[in-house]
Design a protein around this ligand. Structure first.
Ligand code: ATP
Length: 304
């Protein structure tokens, strides 16, 4: 019976959150799988990001008590570096990103930022320091300007436009008859996958966080749009500690470190060149995707 009521409970939660006007957009993306009650510890303090070092130490986690998904994972991302996580579907890549944003608490080990355990800092301060560019962006039924400004309370028009330029969507926006006042979302202008991603990037640029989580969309964009978005993401990741959850290996070639996750464990780690040379799982994936890239090399319709 509980199963039957869960969707209803969730709807109620969405409704209450929206009504309270306190919706955290990024929490919304993961709402469908956020049943856990995450609360601030009584002595929680604000997180102070100095350099932006992210560390996972022997982290264990499962969504259900009888099925562990992450089995004692350890990794460290030095300040400003980019770590890419690749691996077969279901390996636990997105789960790692969700744990860093503390959608869930770890069940063993710890995750820290600049030495501070994320379970012991206030959630508000943690989430203020992390930007997420999600797989699929949910837009508010409001103006495109509002959707970008949502990255940070009090963002002015100049900042919104600067962010839109950074995300290479400013020209598209001003080409619309109502410009930044164009309504988007379910009841407004429908944006393409690439355009939505650019809005997500612009919103994150407005937020200007020291730590980034990029959750690459599974659905492929046409190759020109993809290349342009990759460039924008690379610029954004520079100077920020970044985790990329990647499905296409072409997007991780430049990462400082790549971990290949297999069934919740690190199977291989290293740079792209080292992993290709190693001739293991990554090299196999690379060879297979290279083949697919060749097959797909026909011109495609333009997106954004
Ligand atoms: P993909 O490449 O397909 O996106 P992934 O490597 O990101 O996969 P995760 O989404 O982290 O994989 O999922 C890891 C495992 O956890 C999978 O077996 C998945 O079924 C399970 N899982 C994910 N979300 C939940 C959830 N909310 N409740 C229960 N199990 C979940």
């Amino acid at each position: 019976l509980a199963q039957l009521f869960r969707p209803l409970d969730m709807l109620g939660m969405v409704y209450r959150t929206i009504r309270q006007g306190v919706i955290d957009m990024e929490a919304m993306f993961a709402l469908v799988d956020t049943p856990a009650e995450i609360t601030d510890a009584p002595d929680a303090r604000p997180l102070h990001v100095r350099a932006g070092e992210v560390r996972f130490e022997a982290v264990r986690f499962g969504y259900d008590a009888d099925r562990e998904i992450v089995h004692g994972l350890s990794l460290a991302i030095p300040p400003g570096h980019t770590l890419a996580i690749v691996g077969p579907t279901g390996a636990g890549k997105s789960t790692i990103a969700r744990l860093l944003y503390r959608f869930y608490d770890v069940q063993g080990g710890r995750i820290s930022i600049d030495g501070q355990d994320i379970a012991r800092v206030t959630q508000a301060s943690l989430r203020a320091q992390i930007g997420i560019v999600p797989q699929d962006m949910v837009l508010f039924n409001d103006t495109i300007g509002y959707n970008i400004a949502y990255g940070r309370e009090g963002a002015g028009q100049a900042e919104i436009e600067a962010a839109a330029r950074g995300a290479a969507i400013h020209d598209f926006i001003i080409s619309l008859p109502q410009g930044y006042d164009t309504r988007v979302g379910e009841r407004g202008l429908k944006l393409s996958g690439g355009e939505k991603q650019r809005v997500a990037i612009a919103r994150t640029l407005v937020k200007d966080p020291p730590i980034l989580i990029l959750d690459e969309a599974t659905s492929a964009l046409d190759s020109r749009t993809e290349a342009s978005i990759q460039q924008v993401l690379r610029d954004m990741a520079r100077q920020r500690t970044t985790i990329i959850v990647a499905h296409r290996l072409s997007t991780v070639v430049d990462a400082d470190e790549i971990i290949v996750l297999d069934q919740g464990r690190i199977a291989e780690r290293g740079t792209h060149a080292a992993l290709v040379a190693r001739g293991g799982l990554y090299a196999q994936m690379w060879a297979q995707q290279a083949q697919e890239r060749n097959v797909d090399d026909t011109p495609e319709p333009l997106d954004a």
